[in-house]
Design a protein around this ligand. Structure first.
Ligand code: GRG
Length: 297
């Protein structure tokens, strides 16, 4: 069984990821220093680290070494940090607050923020493809998986649908597709990469883990939509109420608050059912699904 209480495991893993990110990112005095300082500003010292936590929890299913999990978790978090920096730019969501601090383009400037996103993205692949994992064939699979999840058929594609959907009512399947790409693809990649860092799963296990990962990604977004209209800016560390103000379709606008809450409950149940095949090995993933469902920020 998992010896540490969930809150302690989460705090320890978050600290481990923070330290690894600080090591894997170029130092703030490496030239060009302003760009590297901004990359560290955008990545370090904030965020829930949900994707790294998922990678570590999935790694427990396959006995993955923590040193390998650090690498895959940090690669995914770098992609996530890049997406937040670009998402906050004036040409996208145009926001000034992220993780309780000024957004990257406000703290530095727009061209720097653009380059921070570009550089974090390529840094993620450099890390994943580098010497630390020591398994070239496995690394190639990981690079392909993360690239697909981040690109036009994943996160960036979901963002494109999001931008095109402002002011338009979407059906639930259309909303689902947008979020499966924009938010879900990277969450799915975090889970699968964590598992890939250990011994291979059977085809059945991999299928069930994929089912869990997809449900968890959608659950994360449904809860995000709920929090956007129920939590304060101070609690979220980012501007609350933006979806409604921007006339964006959300699970709350589609299903109402109660409907969105009950849909979140259904997704949690289905996510947990997918973990049955793993028994006690899935203890952390179970706890994380609960955390994602009940989080307050
Ligand atoms: C410009 C080429 C180009 C690509 C842009 C911006 C972008 C690609 C994608 C945006 C994807 C995006 C921002 C999705 C939002 C997902 C989401 C709910 C983010 C918040 O995640 P949390 O709550 O944040 O995990 P923390 O701060 O805790 O890490």
């Amino acid at each position: 069984m998992n010896p540490l209480p969930f809150a302690d495991w989460m705090a320890t893993t978050q600290e481990r990821v923070e330290a690894a990110l600080a090591r894997f990112l170029p130092g703030a005095d490496t030239l060009p220093a302003r760009l590297h300082d901004a990359m560290r500003y955008a990545t370090l010292g904030g965020g829930k680290r949900v994707r790294p936590l998922l990678a570590f929890a999935a790694g427990e299913l396959t006995g993955a070494a923590p040193e390998k999990l650090e690498v895959v978790a940090c690669a995914v978090e770098m992609i996530h940090a890049y997406s937040l920096v670009h998402d906050d730019l004036p040409c996208m969501d145009n926001d000034v607050l992220r993780r309780g601090r000024p957004t990257c383009h406000v703290e530095y400037d727009e061209p720097t923020a653009l380059l921070v996103g570009d550089s974090l993205q390529t840094q993620a692949f450099e890390l994943l493809a580098g010497p630390l994992l020591g398994d070239p064939a496995g690394q190639l699979e990981m690079v392909a998986l993360l690239a697909h999840a981040s690109g036009s058929r994943g996160m960036a594609g979901g963002q494109a649908i999001d931008l095109a959907s402002v002011g338009k009512p979407l059906s639930q399947p259309e909303l689902e597709l947008m979020h499966a790409l924009k938010t879900g693809a990277l969450i799915r990649a975090a889970v699968l990469l964590g598992a890939l860092a250990g011994t291979p799963l059977s085809a059945d296990e991999r299928q069930q883990l994929d089912r869990f990962a997809k449900r968890a990604g959608l659950l994360f977004q449904v809860v995000d939509d709920i929090l956007d209209c129920t939590a304060s800016t101070a609690t979220l560390g980012k501007t609350a109420g933006k979806d409604e103000a921007a006339d964006k379709p959300t699970y709350v606008s589609l299903l109402g608050l109660d409907g969105a809450r009950s849909y979140a409950g259904e997704l949690r149940t289905d996510a947990l059912a997918a973990l049955a095949i793993f028994g006690e090995r899935a203890g952390r993933l179970t706890q994380l699904a609960d955390f994602i469902c009940h989080r307050q920020f």
